[in-house]
Design a protein around this ligand. Structure first.
Ligand SMILES: *[C@@H]1O[C@H](CO)[C@@H](O)[C@H](O)[C@H]1NC(C)=O
Ligand SMILES: *[C@@H]1O[C@H](CO)[C@@H](O)[C@H](O)[C@H]1NC(C)=O
Ligand SMILES: *[C@@H]1O[C@H](CO)[C@@H](O)[C@H](O)[C@H]1NC(C)=O
Ligand SMILES: *[C@@H]1O[C@H](CO)[C@@H](O)[C@H](O)[C@H]1NC(C)=O
Length: 218
C-alpha cells in the first residue's frame, strides 16, 4: 500500500514537471519577439541631380521602411527620430537635418513605408565631398517599441540603427534594394579594403580546409 501510494505521488510529480516544462517552453516560444527591420527605401537629393543643375535646392526626399517579421505580434512604435548627415571624408560626418516620423501601430507581418522630406539647414549640401567618387549620406534613427502579444503590451525596448547611403549623379540612392538601417558605424570602407577583407576570409577558410584534410588523411 505504502509503496503504491509513493508510486502514484511520483507519477503525479513527474507529470507536473512535464506540464510545467511544456508550459514554460510554450510561453517562451510565444513571448519571444524579433526586432523589426528598418530600411532606407527611397532617397533622392535634387541638388545632386546633375541634369537639373539646381545646387541650391536644399530638399532631401526619402522613404523609411519598417518590416515586422513577427508571426503573431503587433508593434507599437513611439515617434521615430531620423537624423541625416553628410560624409566629409571616410571617417567624418556633418549633421544636416532631422525629421520625426509620428508613432504608429503595425500589425504582425506587415511592412510600413513612411515617406518624408527634409530641408537641409544653412548650406549643408554646399561642397559635399566625394568619397571614393561618390557622395555618401548617413541616416540614423532612434525610437522605442512595445510588442503586442494577444491583448497585452510588453515593456518598451529601444530600437536604433544607421546606414551609409551612396548617391549617384542623378541624386538618387545607388541600387534598387533598400539599405538596412543596422548597427553599422559611420565609416566608409573603400572597395579595395573590402576586397582585401574578402581575400583574407578566403585565405583563412582555405587554411582551415587544408588542416581538415591533413587531419583526415595523414
Ligand atoms: C533628374 O533630373 C532630370 C531632369 O529634370 C529628371 O528627368 C530625372 O528624373 C531626375 N532624376 C531623378 C532620379 O529624379
Ligand atoms: C580613417 O580612419 C582610418 C582608421 O582609423 C585611418 O587609417 C584613415 O587614415 C582615416 N582616413 C581619413 C581620411 O582620415
Ligand atoms: C552655400 O551656397 C550658397 C550658394 O552657392 C551660398 O549663398 C551660401 O552662402 C553657401 N552656404 C554656406 C554655409 O557655405
Ligand atoms: C526624439 O526627439 C525628440 C525631440 O527632438 C525627443 O524629445 C525624444 O526624446 C527623441 N526620442 C528618442 C527616442 O531619441
Amino acid at each position: 500500500m505504502e509503496s503504491e501510494g509513493g508510486g502514484s505521488c511520483c507519477k503525479c510529480c513527474f507529470s507536473f514537471l512535464i506540464t510545467l516544462g511544456l508550459t514554460s517552453l510554450f510561453l517562451w516560444l510565444s513571448l519571444r519577439t524579433n526586432e523589426p527591420k528598418c530600411y532606407v527605401g527611397f532617397f533622392y537629393v535634387p541638388a545632386l541631380n546633375q541634369s537639373l543643375n539646381t545646387p541650391s535646392n536644399s530638399t532631401i526626399v526619402f522613404t523609411v521602411e519598417f518590416d515586422n517579421g513577427n508571426k503573431d505580434k503587433g508593434i507599437r512604435y513611439d515617434d521615430v527620430n531620423v537624423t541625416f548627415g553628410v560624409f566629409l571624408d571616410p571617417n567624418r560626418t556633418r549633421p544636416i537635418a532631422n525629421h520625426t516620423i509620428d508613432g504608429f501601430y503595425q500589425g504582425h507581418q506587415k511592412n510600413a513605408k513612411k515617406q518624408g522630406s527634409v530641408e537641409v539647414h544653412g548650406g549643408g549640401l554646399n561642397g559635399t565631398a566625394k568619397v571614393n567618387g561618390q557622395t555618401y549620406f548617413r541616416v540614423n534613427f532612434t525610437t522605442s517599441v512595445k510588442y503586442k502579444i494577444l491583448l497585452w503590451y510588453t515593456r518598451r525596448h529601444s530600437l536604433w540603427g544607421g546606414a551609409n547611403v551612396p548617391v549617384d549623379n542623378s541624386g538618387k540612392k545607388i541600387g534598387k534594394k533598400g539599405i538596412r538601417l543596422g548597427h553599422t558605424i559611420p565609416v566608409i570602407v573603400s572597395d579595395a579594403s573590402r576586397l582585401a577583407g574578402c581575400y583574407c576570409t578566403l585565405l583563412i577558410l582555405g587554411l582551415f580546409v587544408n588542416f581538415l584534410f591533413l587531419d583526415l588523411f595523414l
